[in-house]
Design a protein around this ligand. Sequence first.
Ligand SMILES: [Zn+2]
Length: 111
Amino acid sequence: MHELSVAGSIIELALSSVKPGSIITKINLKVGEHAGINAGSLVFAFDVLKIDAGLSAAELAIEEVKAAFRCRRCGLEQIMEIPPDKCSCGNDSFDLSRGRESFIESLEVED
Ligand SMILES: [Zn+2]
């Protein structure tokens, strides 16, 4: 399961970002619509791994980032799940400009 290794990376990253002894209560994660991550599986994997990692108190909160496509000709960015047929400038070639990334936005910690 891909989400298991993603959950492992999140835990490593979270632990390395706080002082030793701090208790992480919440990890706010942003996941792109096209990141290829299933939020339900990720939370499940996180809840399994967090026990051994000493993060039992931590909750993983996932917020989805909507995908956006940028026109290769005029640069217009449009938020949509799939690329539009045509841009208003007439071009039909787009880049996925948002929605593929996943990152920790913030951590909530108790000292
Ligand atoms: Zn355009």
